[in-house]
Design a protein around this ligand. Structure first.
Ligand code: GLN
Length: 217
């Protein structure tokens, strides 16, 4: 038997992780996942949801993404998949898509996570900034936090566990198989949060840690 084939079999099938790719920073998530040795699929149609081990909803513009989800007939299939247990992580606008309600906007999108968010909560002067904070479950010290016109998580339901805070506000939280971050780990160069989501939330087996885990320089 050919050695390479044996190795591939021994490692088992590579998990395929979907990245919603209607708008926003999906390419950076694909890059982070590829660095971890994970197979990725851009999700644009309902059929793209089949067989995924997890899905990431990227940052961008939640109003545009919500509209495109409807236009692409993806809103209901995506909602059904996540409600049915497909592990989902929303970053920034993706978190807004997951949230039950938006305090300063009447729109609702997937509305699956018991979380109230306030859009663009940091105001015009602080639309984008960096910080760092420890994250529950992540070893290796503070995690770099990149905020871009970020939402604030203003109301966490009883089943929602805070994972990290910065500036007195919760910036990462989890409810079962759903995770929301107000910041953008895909822009930090630090892959620990991606690994944690895939392994600890989605229960996927990743290739052994390697150089792809590199932290921000
Ligand atoms: N301000 C955007 C919104 O409300 C989110 C920004 C982001 O995803 N970086 O949808």
């Amino acid at each position: 038997m050919v050695g390479a084939a044996t190795g591939a079999l021994a490692a088992g099938p590579r998990p395929v992780v979907g990245v919603l790719a209607l708008q926003g920073s999906f390419a950076e998530h694909v890059e982070a996942l590829a660095a971890l040795g994970v197979g990725t699929r851009l999700v644009r149609r309902p059929a793209d949801l089949e067989g995924l081990g997890a899905i990431i909803l990227p940052g961008g513009e939640s109003t545009a993404m919500g509209r495109l989800l409807s236009d692409f007939a993806l809103l209901e299939p995506l909602r059904a998949a996540v409600a049915g247990g497909l592990p989902a992580w929303g970053t920034c606008a993706g978190a807004i898509l997951l949230a039950r309600s938006i305090s300063n906007d009447s729109r609702r999108h997937l509305a699956l996570m018991d979380l109230e968010v306030e859009r663009n909560a940091y105001g015009a002067q602080l639309e984008s900034f960096r910080a760092a904070a420890p994250i529950a479950g992540l070893e290796g010290g503070d995690f770099p936090l990149v905020f871009i016109r970020a939402p604030a998580f203003v109301g966490l339901g009883p089943g929602v566990e805070p994972l990290a805070s910065s500036g007195g506000k919760v910036v990462a939280c989890r409810q079962g198989t759903m995770v929301a971050t107000a910041f953008h780990p895909e822009l930090s160069g630090d892959r620990r949060f991606h690994r944690w989501f895939l392994e600890q939330v989605a229960g996927l087996s990743l290739p052994a840690a390697g150089s792809g885990d590199g932290q921000a320089a």
